[in-house]
Ligand binder design. Structure first.
Ligand code: SF4
Length: 311
């Protein structure tokens, strides 16, 4: 079958794209499958997603639907992998398991095709198994798919190391440092991050990111703090916070409304971290980032006051 050269894959620039996007793009590029990425989030894109998504969706899922909407008709198939588990104790938020089916349902009246693969180690479907089977579905041989995955995995590992190194360099910088604890799809989304990271940096603070620390070290560090946390990304965020809090002057927990995993783990962090200024920022589709600046300003004042600097 020469489906190989004929298909263009669309990838929504949202949710797990900010964690696995390097791997996904490298996999398709290795197979020489053209990829289209949806444009960066804007207010209009968020509003289009909010109007289509199921009401109960979190802000991130609403933004995701806006990105899928932006890809309609621009690719042959939109790629939405199902990430379920990496091992028995490390699972993803259930929204990632349901995202493919939910999206297909939301866009059921359009001719758009969707493709997926299942990453579910608990069910013996590793990431490699999932991507090799995706490659086969696209018309490539098992060997071609396996090689493409191996190279994509290496590219992903390089990117992770680079991020962790960047954070170490930022932590070593002099001056006020704020540790941001939030999922990559919030902290890397240009629309959501600008009023937070952009504002803090403009006002002289260095932003450390808990989502960009060494994942293995972070998961280990979480075990001593919360041995029962099973959501893999929250586990990493908790562990990073534990490891990096002494380098920071303040911590900001950033989450999307209504997020089940964050509501539990942020509560845990708020109760347990008593020796450092901590602020909770919850973003939703209505207010978006309005009012964030005022809160950040007061937070920096508190830090300055605490350090005995003039406010
Ligand atoms: S972890 Fe929270 S923000 Fe992320 S997909 Fe799940 S509910 Fe949404």
């Amino acid at each position: 079958m020469d489906q190989k050269s004929a298909i263009t894959i669309g990838i929504p620039r949202a949710m797990l794209y900010y964690r696995y996007g390097v791997l996904w793009k490298a996999f398709f590029e290795e197979l020489q499958v053209p990829v289209v990425i949806s444009p960066p989030t804007t207010r209009e894109l968020l509003e289009s997603g909010s109007s289509i998504a199921v009401d109960e969706s979190c802000l991130s899922a609403k933004i995701f639907m806006g990105h899928v909407n932006a890809l309609l008709g621009k690719c042959d198939a939109v790629f939405i992998p199902r990430y379920s588990s990496l091992n028995h104790n490390a699972v993803f938020c259930t929204r990632f398991e349901g995202l493919f089916d939910q999206t297909r349902n939301v866009f059921r009246n359009t001719p758009q095709r969707f493709i997926s693969c299942n990453i579910d180690e608990k069910e013996k479907s590793s990431e490699e198994t999932a991507f090799v089977s995706l490659g086969r579905e696209l018309g490539f041989s098992a060997r071609e798919s396996k090689n493409a995955y191996a190279r994509a995995w290496k590219a992903d590992q390089r990117q992770q190391k680079l991020w962790a190194k960047e954070q170490e360099a930022l932590a070593a910088k002099p001056g006020r440092k704020i540790l941001l604890v939030g999922h990559s799809y919030i902290l890397s989304d240009p629309y959501l991050q600008k009023p937070i990271i952009g504002w803090l940096e403009e006002n002289g603070a260095t932003c450390l990111r808990a989502d960009r620390m060494d994942r293995v070290k972070a998961r280990k560090a979480c075990t001593g703090f919360s041995p029962t946390c099973r959501w893999i990304m929250n586990e990493e965020l908790i562990g990073s916070t534990v490891l990096w809090k002494q380098k920071a002057d303040g911590i900001i927990l950033v989450s999307a409304f209504p997020c089940g995993p964050d509501s539990m783990t942020n509560e845990l962090l708020t109760r347990r971290l008593k020796d450092i200024p901590l602020m909770n920022l919850v973003l939703d589709a209505q207010t978006g980032t309005a009012g964030v600046e005022t809160r950040l300003e007061s937070f920096l004042d508190i830090i300055q006051f605490r350090k005995g600097e003039e406010v």
